[in-house]
Design a protein around this ligand. Sequence first.
Ligand code: ADP
Ligand code: MG
Length: 251
Amino acid sequence: MLVGHQPPEFLLAVEALTVSFDGFKAVNDLSFYVEENEIRVIIGPNGAGKTTVLDLICGKTKATSGSIQFRGKELTKLKENEIVHAGVGRKFQTPSIFDDLTVFENLEISYPRGRTVFGSLMFKRDAAVRERVQEVAEMIFLKDRLDMFASFLSHGQKQWLEIGMLLIQDPELLMLDEPVAGMSVSERVKTAELLNTIIKDRSVLVIEHDMKFVEDIAHKVTVLHQGQILSEGSMEKVQNDPKVIEVYLGH
Ligand code: ADP
Ligand code: MG
């Protein structure tokens, strides 16, 4: 084999993934591959199985069959906390931030524990945590809001805070389920900017309906329908695919 001509290394390889709920296959023999530093968007009609795919990857739902390879680890065999530890962060549709804590505190409590490199030097850890909180707060447009209680944030800012709480754990794969739902146009633009920044160090898997937002972020789009891939490729390709127009975009 020629050096430099190896097949691409995938961060995530989903193969023949199936989950059956009482005989109903919500995800049916699904295969797709996400590269390093890629933003992949999953679109498709309601009930297509999009959220279930994220549930399977993060271990919330157990696969009936098939495989999910992430950095050489088989995620279908791991528990939810082991999958987080392996480097997969997942944001749910409703934010799970702590309203009665400040922005700073929300980020601080999300900082990974048990990093023994600091040993007993707690002050060193504290400095590292503060630095990382500042860094993440800047990325999520909340550096001027660190002392504000999370309950006073706008809907969009709450969504960013929750993304920040995942980013502080430095996941290699970040999964977001409809992150811009309910956001203003300017918040959507900033969220796209945020995602385009953070993929320097990771890949992102996003479920989204807002096609303008999808266009702003997607490297590649996977269209799901009835638990299977209807179409996959560039935004332009899937937008012009008659099958996609028929079952999704035409409505
Ligand atoms: P999407 O996110 O694309 O709208 P979902 O993944 O939420 O779709 O759901 C896909 C299908 O699987 C739906 O028909 C839904 O009712 C069904 N489903 C999802 N989770 C479960 C579950 N835990 N038990 C039974 N059916 C489920
Ligand atoms: Mg869903």
